[in-house]
Design a binder for this molecule. Structure first.
Ligand code: ATP
Ligand code: MG
Length: 516
């Protein structure tokens, strides 16, 4: 007797095991629509969501819409080369990012190919671009600070390793500058940095890379870049690729800092793709899953527990607002996903307060527990004092008579604001921060002339470095500042004040003498 069913099953099994192309490519279909970087393929069976497809001519595409009878995919390249009727193969693989120590110091595209003109990457290790975030039980507490070197941030909006802190503000308010300063400050901190550019202008990106090179920061940094003229799908996967590389280091127990510059452009790229794929549009024409777009990315930033190696990914996503509107769709989404935000304001930036951090609207929800003990102790009152000063300053605009107490608060507030101003690429060490914060909150500031605060601070640090470096070395940031240390700092500060004022008087009298 011949068992028809058994024969049929046998044949089907044999067919399933055969790879039609002998090299991992499994099924094939044909393009029935191509336009604006989108292709629709008929006859392609057994494709997974997010699977990499290969189009005739070696172009790659990403399967995003699995529909009855056809598959919708976005092309990474070759938008104007593929045609109706071209063959498309499925590969059975999702998109992979190349990983390895080798990537440090390199500039790569979101698919892991080097684009800096140096030798091609040798590494064969890869990680999936989309990967589940660490589970709750695998996470530890954020307990180590990530020092940015920016006084206003490290004192009032501290960031811990494993935290996600949003940098938000209008265009040209110094968002990128803060992120780059944070990368530069990791020089001797044993933190690996990844800068992901999403849809940036190629010229601004070149400037950033040059800055990192000049400061020697490329030794521990990898730049994953997609520029404004890259296809939307490349911009779309860039942050996930960067995150895959960060995970490679995190799961080895290392600390990583990753900057996503910026997620507004990421959302726009995703919106373009979704609309072209004819997905339904929602608020501001973004598709319904735009929250998931960013939440699944930022959830991958974590501090792992000691059992899992204790590595961490600290994420600094950047979001651009329009006319300071933080209640727009993407800003509110990302604010709700992250553990705090650094809010930058155009008015502050233009009035010379740089970094233009609005202290009232900026918060850090977990970094406080990771802050260095000494900084925490001396900056405890800072926020309240500044808030008081700002309120008074607004009141003062009405021009009412001021009593001496109010005048003192105002002048102290102005001096504190001056202390928090900081030039780009001029990072303070923790010990320098302790000195600046101690002096600017003591009674000594009343003796420093108005408008001279910045010069005084700069001079004071130089003076201490030159004349009493043992004072700086003796400070222990991980312990509360003792009264003894505090007095010593203030004594030196007064000493410097006296000699600087003396010098100044000397110079004025010289001038007067010359005039006479
Ligand atoms: P975009 O919206 O174009 O991305 P952005 O918000 O990232 O802008 P940056 O490019 O970082 O802003 O900075 C804008 C300009 O402000 C730059 O020319 C930069 O040099 C300057 N700048 C930023 N921070 C400071 C600072 N602390 N002191 C002085 N200049 C600064
Ligand atoms: Mg920028």
């Amino acid at each position: 007797m011949i068992d028809i069913n058994a024969i049929g099953k046998n044949i089907r099994q044999k067919i399933e095991n055969v790879s039609a192309f002998g090299d991992g490519r499994r099924a094939c279909g044909r393009i029935v629509y191509s336009g604006d970087g989108i292709i629709r393929i008929a006859g392609l069976e057994d494709v997974k969501y997010n699977e990499l497809l290969e189009v005739k001519g070696g172009y790659r595409a990403l399967a995003l819409n699995l529909e009855e009878g056809s598959v919708g995919a976005v092309l990474f390249s070759g938008e104007d080369k593929v045609r109706y009727g071209d063959v498309v193969y499925s590969t059975g693989e999702t998109v992979q990012m190349r990983v390895g120590e080798e990537l440090l110091g390199r500039i790569v595209d979101p698919l892991g190919e080097a684009i800096d003109g140096l030798a091609p990457l040798k590494t064969t290790q890869t990680r999936p671009v989309e990967y589940p975030a660490p589970a709750i039980m695998d996470r530890g507490k954020v307990n180590k600070p990530l020092q940015t070197g920016i006084l206003a941030i490290d004192s009032m909006i501290p960031i811990g390793r494993g935290q996600r802190e949003l940098i938000i503000g209008d265009r040209q308010t110094g968002k990128t500058a803060i992120a780059v300063d944070a990368i530069l400050n990791q020089k001797n901190e044993n933190v690996i940095c990844i800068y992901v550019s999403i849809g940036q202008k190629a010229s601004s990106l070149a400037k950033i890379i040059q800055t990192l090179r000049n400061a020697g920061a490329m030794d521990y940094t990898c730049v994953v870049c997609s520029t404004a003229d890259d296809a939307a799908p490349l911009q779309y996967i860039a942050p996930y690729s960067g995150c895959a590389l960060a995970e490679y280091f995190m799961y080895q127990g290392k600390d990583v800092l990753i900057v996503y510059d910026d997620l507004s452009k990421h959302a726009v790229a995703y919106r373009a793709m979704s609309l072209l794929l004819k997905r339904p549009a929602g608020r501001e024409a973004y598709p319904g899953d735009v929250f998931y777009l960013h939440s699944r990315l930022l959830e991958r930033a974590a501090k792992l527990s000691e059992e899992k190696g204790g590595g961490s990914i600290t994420a600094l996503p950047i979001v651009e607002t329009l006319a300071g509107d933080i209640s727009a769709y993407i800003p509110t989404n990302v604010i709700s996903i992250t553990d705090g935000q650094i809010y930058l304001e155009t008015e502050l930036f233009n009035s010379g307060v740089r970094p233009a951090v609005n202290v009232g609207l900026s918060v850090s929800r977990v970094g406080g527990s990771a802050q260095r003990a000494a900084i925490r102790q001396i900056s405890g009152q800072l926020r309240i004092n500044l808030a008081q000063y700002r309120e008074l300053a607004i009141f003062m605009q009405f021009g009412s008579d001021l009593d001496s107490e109010t005048q003192k608060t105002l002048s102290r507030g102005a001096k504190m604001t001056d202390t928090l101003k900081q030039k780009q690429y001029l990072n303070y060490s923790v010990k320098e921060m302790i000195i600046l914060l101690t002096v600017s909150q003591s009674d000594l500031v009343d003796k420093i002339p108005e408008k001279k605060m910045a010069a005084y601070n700069e001079g004071l640090l130089d003076y201490i470095r030159a004349n009493c470096s043992e004072l700086m070395e003796g400070l222990d940031p991980d312990r509360k500042l003792s009264d003894e240390d505090r007095n010593r700092i203030l004594a030196v500060a007064e000493e410097y004040l006296n000699c600087s004022v003396g010098e100044e008087q000397g110079s004025t009298s010289d001038k007067e003498y010359a005039e006479a």
